[in-house]
Design a protein around this ligand. Structure first.
Ligand code: FEO
Length: 172
């Protein structure tokens, strides 16, 4: 049986992932209204990934016989100064999520729940990729300096991002 403290922490992470999806949904809206369909498409894929992360965590709790507790999801920021500040916000948010995951992983180890810790290694690794992806786009936007040619190219490039549906079982 998973200890109550760890159950609570898992539930908190589910809320964090749902908030991530909510924040990125707000960004879809922002980019669509800015006529940056490629950027909107990139954050749409990101939103779906966050829902997949949520589902993976919920699936694991169910496997452990844990009841999921749903709390309110905070209202996200919905507007940004420009594309660069929006992507800086994504990078900052992903760093926050990495810190949450590391804390959850640390708690699983502290409570001697090795099965949960092993499950969470997938998320630890995923966060390395999440941060790297956002950081790379921030660097590209800094180089583009909001000039039409590079922004057009970047918008087209990001629009080509495929949506990945992690179909793996919760414990993989
Ligand atoms: Fe689910 Fe982007 O972290």
């Amino acid at each position: 049986m998973m200890k109550a403290e760890l159950q609570k922490a898992f539930n908190k992470q589910i809320n964090e992932e749902l908030y991530s999806a909510y924040l990125y949904t707000a960004m879809i809206n922002y980019f669509e209204l800015e006529n940056l369909g490629g950027f909107a498409s990139w954050v749409r894929a990101q939103t779906i990934e966050e829902l997949a992360h949520t589902s993976k965590l919920i699936g694991y709790l169910h496997e452990r016989g844990v009841d999921v507790k749903f709390g309110a999801i905070a209202k996200p920021t919905a507007t940004w100064k420009n594309t660069l500040t929006a992507f800086e916000a994504i990078y900052k948010h992903e760093c926050h999520i990495s810190a949450c995951i590391n804390k959850l992983y640390g708690l699983a180890l502290k409570l001697d729940d090795h099965a949960a810790a092993i499950f969470l290694t997938w998320f630890v690794n995923e966060q390395v990729e999440e941060e790297a992806n956002a950081s790379e786009i921030v660097q590209q936007l800094k180089l583009a300096k909001d000039t039409p040619g590079p922004m057009f190219m970047l918008n087209r490039e990001l629009g080509a991002r495929a949506i990945a549906f992690p179909a793996a079982p919760a414990t993989e």
